[in-house]
Design a binder for this molecule. Structure first.
Ligand SMILES: *[C@@H]1O[C@H](CO)[C@@H](O)[C@H](O)[C@H]1NC(C)=O
Ligand SMILES: *[C@@H]1O[C@H](CO)[C@@H](O)[C@H](O)[C@H]1NC(C)=O
Ligand SMILES: *[C@@H]1O[C@H](CO)[C@@H](O)[C@H](O)[C@H]1NC(C)=O
Ligand SMILES: *[C@@H]1O[C@H](CO)[C@@H](O)[C@H](O)[C@H]1NC(C)=O
Ligand SMILES: *[C@@H]1O[C@H](CO)[C@@H](O)[C@H](O)[C@H]1NC(C)=O
Ligand SMILES: *[C@@H]1O[C@H](CO)[C@@H](O)[C@H](O)[C@H]1NC(C)=O
Ligand SMILES: *[C@@H]1O[C@H](CO)[C@@H](O)[C@H](O)[C@H]1NC(C)=O
Ligand SMILES: *[C@@H]1O[C@H](CO)[C@@H](O)[C@H](O)[C@H]1NC(C)=O
Ligand SMILES: *[C@@H]1O[C@H](CO)[C@@H](O)[C@H](O)[C@H]1NC(C)=O
Ligand SMILES: *[C@@H]1O[C@H](CO)[C@@H](O)[C@H](O)[C@H]1NC(C)=O
Ligand SMILES: *[C@@H]1O[C@H](CO)[C@@H](O)[C@H](O)[C@H]1NC(C)=O
Ligand SMILES: *[C@@H]1O[C@H](CO)[C@@H](O)[C@H](O)[C@H]1NC(C)=O
Length: 855
């Protein structure tokens, strides 16, 4: 809902910036806390004119402050009432900071103010009553704060109103929408009040806002009839969001006709959201009078009954149709196939009957079809073969019969196929079982499927869950099933399979550290008994404990043959994620081999005890060298660090691009980088690593459907604080670009010697933002510190820099690489292959330019 609007011109009156205005700004500064190197550092410094202070724009004569714009500057503290002294101010934008406390009522004195943005802060309390005096306001954004209380009546209208844009969304405002009958907000184009606790009806006076384009009242407690008489006067309406309220239809909640009619002249309308209200009645045939511009319509979670009118086919531009969770009956109209742009169709959880129209196969862009939980009968149409974009097909909970059409195997983008709880018979076609695209779920359970399990099932190497339970399947369970490496859930119970009592028949996360039948190209992991391990670690004694973490503990030990080992024991009593991480780690270690990846020697697995056994790396982790405590480890020099970074880059590039299974590590950080006797770096810890689809491109491609959230383990935030890519926090899937981000943080950490979690960055900033704020003009301080620390040491292992210039260049290049890797947008980051090439070049450059005394 980001709308960039620039309403305000940048000219003003003539005069002199008074000492009063300067004093106002200084007292504002006093109540702000920020990183001293951040936004306000040139404020009040000698020789800098007030009009040149960061964020300030004066009028042409430099006589008055016209604008104060400090958006996204990581500022905290409170907003000082002293700002009221800036009497000519037209624009005040403090959005996207960490301001807390109340909005000072004194700001009501800024009578010239046209644009006020305080959005995305931590502000509390109410909108001050005195804001009714701000009669020049055009643009107000206070969204995404913690504001509460009633919205003052005069805020919208005190006499007339020049407001064009009002965003108070995502706060806790209560009471009604305060538009009195005599209030005419004639210029209002955007009214965004979603996610508050507003009650009552939509005020009739809103009908005066005939220029409205975007009206969003979603997620409130509003009631009354749908506002037909209001929207009918809004011909420019583009987005109308009324979902998640308690609206009813007209004529005793039976008539939607009036409302649809009222919108018929809004020829720019794109999205109409009425879901999760209390609407009853039929969907009238006049739905066809809704403007043809409509792209999305959502009527889900209401009490609508009767059939779906065929006239819906008039809405030729629809891409999303959501009628789920109503009481709709009758058949699915074939006419739906005339809505040629449809991408997502939700009709689930209704009372629809009859057959699935074969014509649905004619919708070339269909990506999601959810007809689940209805009373549909007949067979699945063959025509679905033509749905080349189909990703999710949900037909569960119907009365479908017949066979699974083998042609479904042509839907090569299918990720979820759920046909469970029907009466489908016949064999599972090999074509369908072989759908390598299935990523998430194949659910054919609770049907009448017979015959053998198709061998092709083993081709589903990305699928997370396969449920074939409660059918009449027979024959043997193919051992190749073990190669569905991503599989977390398999249920074959309730069939007549041979050996179905075997533990393969039903497992969920963690019961499958099954290395009995490894593929020929896999490492077979031998097992070690618990007793042997107890002996090797002297009974897991404290003196052998060398590390602990969220996962459990690491002990050192010695095997009978004198191999020195590290034993990673996973906590058995912690959350259920642990067996999963054990399985993951086994699967990945079994299938990957690289000189810079830690090799697994053996595992020990009992129901109550799981351990992974690695060779002991005597030099410990990189962490020890970056932050030596009491001189416990020598300091590394630049060529060693470059070599270590190069090793790590090669290991990760192998995981991303060359290994038999593509792996995203998800947890790159110094403590997961071990060093052997030759200071070669080895990457370890695959506990939260993620397998991705074979070809990188398709895994990275995003489409409209990626916005559909789906419950899977992917929803979890993965990684360690400080190293996680920002997009993971926004629910994006684990990706190779996320690893590239972590690698970039690692580079910057090594160069600066500062942990990304160091409190000096404050809770809002990060290492890479801090480095970036120095780049390029102030980078020298950081470079010089690194040169001092890595290039001119005195210990025997540290070479003198043959040329400080070489050191300097390499450090600058590493910083630049670190910044490129930590770019906010994942698509702008380089691939690990590029990174490896760059690191290799730096290593080469160092080794030819530097004459190392010990070589
Ligand atoms: C601004 O600078 C003047 C002169 O250097 C100094 O006396 C004053 O304390 C400063 N004010 C603030 C708020 O830093
Ligand atoms: C309404 O505007 C008038 C004149 O601008 C002003 O005097 C009055 O205080 C305002 N009312 C409120 C409640 O702010
Ligand atoms: C609502 O605001 C909170 C901060 O108050 C923010 O964390 C959250 O992301 C916002 N929600 C949406 C949907 O933007
Ligand atoms: C504004 O809306 C009110 C309430 O609907 C109405 O009485 C009034 O006539 C409208 N004013 C104009 C100019 O349309
Ligand atoms: C839509 O426009 C037509 C033609 O101008 C008009 O007759 C009709 O009354 C309008 N409908 C609404 C709901 O305003
Ligand atoms: C919802 O609709 C039903 C039936 O039309 C009605 O009885 C009920 O009062 C309505 N509830 C609300 C909160 O409007
Ligand atoms: C339908 O969508 C297309 C592409 O977005 C657009 O060009 C066209 O104007 C739309 N049709 C109508 C009637 O709005
Ligand atoms: C469609 O409606 C269902 C039921 O309310 C809801 O779960 C789903 O998120 C909706 N989908 C979209 C894209 O609106
Ligand atoms: C649909 O439901 C209505 C009652 O809501 C009923 O009168 C009608 O016969 C039903 N139609 C079908 C095809 O079941
Ligand atoms: C797929 O589409 C083609 C061309 O539109 C059509 O000839 C064919 O019959 C369709 N296939 C099925 C199985 O419906
Ligand atoms: C289908 O299988 C998956 C995985 O077992 C399960 O989560 C889902 O609930 C099943 N679907 C139905 C409709 O039972
Ligand atoms: C496997 O499926 C059966 C029947 O659908 C169900 O009762 C059982 O709980 C499932 N097993 C697991 C481990 O989910």
């Amino acid at each position: 809902m980001l709308v960039a609007l620039l309403f305000v011109s940048r000219t003003g009156v003539v005069g002199v910036v008074t000492s009063d205005e300067k004093a106002s700004l200084l007292s504002f500064m006093m109540s702000v806390y920020s990183d001293p190197e951040h936004a306000l550092q040139n404020w009040n410094s000698s020789g800098v004119h007030v009009c040149e202070w960061t964020g300030i724009t004066c009028n042409e004569g430099r006589s008055a402050v016209m604008q104060l714009v400090l958006t996204g500057r990581s500022l905290g503290g409170t907003i000082s009432p002293a700002l009221s002294g800036l009497s000519s101010l037209k624009v005040l934008d403090l959005s996207k900071n960490y301001f807390e406390g109340h909005i000072p009522a004194e700001l009501g004195a800024l009578l010239m103010l046209q644009e006020l943005s305080l959005a995305w802060n931590l502000l509390e309390g109410t909108i001050p009553l005195g804001f009714g005096k701000l009669r020049s306001l055009i643009y107000v954004d206070m969204g995404n704060n913690r504001l509460s209380g009633d919205i003052p009546v005069e805020f919208f209208c005190n006499g007339s109103s020049s407001l064009q844009y009002v965003d108070l969304s995502n706060n806790s405002f209560t009471g009604g929408i305060p538009l009195k009958d005599d209030c005419e907000m004639k210029d209002l184009r955007y009214l965004l009040l979603w996610s508050n606790r507003l009650t009552g009806r939509i005020p009739p006076a809103l009908a005066n806002s005939t220029r409205m384009e975007w009206l969003d009242l979603e997620l409130n407690l509003l009631n009354g009839r749908l506002p037909s008489h209001i929207v009918s006067r809004m011909p420019n309406l583009q987005f109308l969001y009324l979902s998640y309220n308690q609206f009813t239809a007209e004529d005793g909640n039976t008539n939607l006709e009036t409302f649809f009619d009222a919108l018929s002249n809004s020829s720019a309308l794109r999205e109409l959201e009425l879901g999760a209200n209390n609407l009853s009645g039929k969907i009238p045939p006049v739905i066809s009078r809704l403007p043809k511009s409509l792209v999305q319509i959502n009527l889900a979670e209401n009490l609508l009954y009767g059939s779906i009118p065929p006239q819906i086919s008039n809405l030729i531009n629809l891409t999303l149709l959501n009628l789920s969770s109503n009481l709709l009956n009758g058949t699915i109209p074939t006419e739906l196939c005339q809505v040629g742009r449809l991408e997502r169709v939700y009709l689930s959880n209704n009372l629809l009957s009859g057959e699935i129209p074969s014509a649905l196969g004619d919708l070339p862009h269909l990506g999601l079809l959810d007809l689940s939980q209805n009373r549909l009968s007949g067979a699945i149409p063959d025509s679905f073969a033509n749905l080349s974009q189909l990703r999710r097909l949900l037909l569960f909970g119907n009365q479908l019969s017949g066979k699974i059409p083998p042609s479904l195997g042509k839907c090569v983008n299918l990720e979820i196929l759920d046909l469970s709880y029907n009466r489908i018979s016949g064999e599972i076609p090999g074509e369908v079982a072989g759908l390598g695209s299935l990523k998430i779920n194949l659910n054919l359970s609770h049907n009448d499927l017979g015959g053998n399990l198709p061998l092709e099932l083993s081709k589903m190497d990305m699928v997370l869950a396969v449920d074939l339970s409660s059918n009449s399947l027979s024959g043997a369970i193919p051992s190749q099933l073990g190669s569905c490496i991503a599989l977390e859930y398999l249920n074959l119970s309730g069939n007549s399979l041979e050996g179905s009592e075997a533990r393969l028949a039903a497992f969920s996360r963690g019961d499958m550290e099954d290395d009995e039948n490894p593929e020929p190209n896999e490492l077979k992991i031998p097992k070690i008994t618990y007793d042997e391990l107890t002996q090797a670690t002297e009974g897991f004694s404290l003196s052998n404990l060398i590390g602990s973490g969220q996962f459990g503990h690491v002990y050192k030990g010695v095997l009978h043959d004198n191999t020195r080992i590290a034993v990673k024991v996973l906590d058995s009593d912690s959350a259920s994620g642990i067996p999963q991480s054990f399985k993951r780690e086994c699967q990945i270690l079994r299938r990957t081999r690289h000189r810079n990846l830690v090799r697994i020697i053996t595992i020990c697995s009992r129901p109550d005890f799981k351990a992974l056994i690695f060779p002991l790396m005597s030099m410990g982790s990189l962490e020890r060298y970056l932050y030596p405590c009491q001189g416990s480890a020598q300091k590394l020099d630049l060529s060693q660090l470059v070599s270590i970074c190069n090793d790590v880059a090669e290991a990760v590039a192998y995981l991303h691009h060359h290994s038999p299974v593509r792996v995203v590590h998800c947890d790159l950080k110094p403590s997961n980088i071990l060093l052997d006797d030759d200071m070669k770096a080895l990457v370890t810890d695959f506990g939260i690593a993620k397998l991705i689809k074979g070809d990188e491109e398709s895994a990275a491609t995003t489409t409209a459907l990626d916005s559909v959230s789906f419950s899977s383990t992917d929803g979890l935030l993965r990684g360690s604080v400080g190293y996680i890519a920002p997009e993971y926090g926004m629910g994006k899937r684990a990706s190779t670009q996320g690893d590239v981000y972590s690698f970039g943080v690692l580079l910057l950490e090594i160069i600066t010697g500062i942990r990304p979690t160091d409190p000096i960055f404050g809770h809002w900033s990060s290492l890479h933002e801090w480095v970036k704020s120095h780049y390029p003009h102030k980078i020298d301080t950081i470079v010089q510190r690194a040169v001092n620390s890595y290039c001119s040491g005195t210990t025997s292992a540290t070479p003198e820099c043959a040329s400080a210039g070489v050191c300097h260049n390499v450090i600058v290049e590493m910083i630049e690489l670190g910044l490129i890797c930590t770019q906010f947008s994942p698509s702008l980051r380089p691939s690990m292959l590029d990174v490896t090439q760059e690191m290799g070049r730096l290593r080469q450059y160092l080794s030819t330019e530097l004459v190392l005394p010990y070589k």
